[in-house]
Design a protein around this ligand. Structure first.
Ligand code: IPE
Ligand code: IPE
Ligand code: MG
Length: 257
């Protein structure tokens, strides 16, 4: 009994250590390690993906409760299409069932769902379910949850270049006016602020074609926790670490204080 109390105390303290006035406005997460988690348990990869959905729910709830305005989750990359057909199918099925199941969590927490990526390449069922949830939650305003699906940052940048060059050719934009904000307005993430904190689980320390432009000045946080083991407490730890960092944006420490 006493031990449980001590643990409860430590957990409470973690959340309380977060400075609510210094929250990251945009957290992005590369949810990695489902396959290894399942393998460690002698199970098939799909078991890892299924269990990863619990971590998604925990993280979404924790961010909403704290007051984080934007959370973007990397759920499926353009490169992930190269996985075995059966795994891709499992992931797509899981997406449909999760969307169906989680609509209540989204509504209860006043969360708006959004999606970025080459959404037209998704199976019809996923596309339909996704748009239904996006439509049903469009007036929610506590937090925006963005799913990166069939997402690749290089593809996003290529699309941006194509759109802008089309507009230049047709005299809609003048070439001299192209600046950071014009580029921002043409990315899939046009409605989102830059990423403040990027988290990757599973111990890998790479970006894997995720939000290359948008993480220009993000704080990077890598943890060896495998995604299905990631809980609210791990998220709090990441935010506490983020709040300890000095974000200088090129200036000197003295200039900031
Ligand atoms: C992340 O876990 C989920 C997706 C990429 C869809 P992985 O499936 O990449 O798990 P590992 O990296 O093989 O352990
Ligand atoms: C990145 O994870 C994509 C997602 C988390 C959806 P991967 O597991 O596909 O990344 P790599 O291939 O190991 O870099
Ligand atoms: Mg992986």
């Amino acid at each position: 009994m006493e031990k449980t109390l001590v643990f409860a105390q430590i957990k409470m303290n973690l959340k309380e250590r977060i400075v609510t006035t210094k929250l990251p406005k945009h957290i992005a997460i590369i949810m990695d390690g489902n396959g290894r988690w399942a393998k460690q348990k002698g199970m098939i990869r799909a078991f890892g993906h299924e269990n990863g959905t619990k971590s998604v729910r925990e993280t979404v709830e924790a961010c909403a409760e704290l007051g984080v305005e934007n959370l973007t989750l990397y759920a499926f990359s353009t490169e992930n299409w190269n996985r075995p057909k059966l795994e891709v199918q499992t992931l797509m099925k899981l997406l449909v069932s999760s969307l169906k199941k989680e609509i209540k969590t989204l509504q209860d927490n006043n969360i708006k769902l959004s999606a970025i990526g080459n959404l037209n390449t998704l199976p019809k069922k996923v596309h339909k379910e996704l748009h239904e949830v996006i439509e049903n939650t469009k007036n929610n305003n506590r937090m925006t949850l963005t799913l990166a699906l069939s997402y690749g940052s290089r593809e996003e940048i290529i699309n941006t270049v194509k759109e802008i060059s089309f507009k230049v050719k047709n005299n809609i934009i003048s070439r001299d006016k192209i600046d950071e904000s014009i580029i921002n307005e043409h990315l899939y993430t046009r409605n989102l602020p830059d990423v403040d904190l990027l988290i990757r689980t599973s111990g890998e320390q790479r970006i894997s074609n995720f939000l290359l432009w948008q993480i220009a000045y993000a704080e990077l946080y890598f943890t060896s926790i495998l995604w299905p083991d990631f809980t609210k407490q791990h998220l709090y730890e990441a935010i506490i670490e983020y709040q300890k960092r000095e974000r200088r944006f090129g200036k000197t420490s003295e200039q900031l204080s």
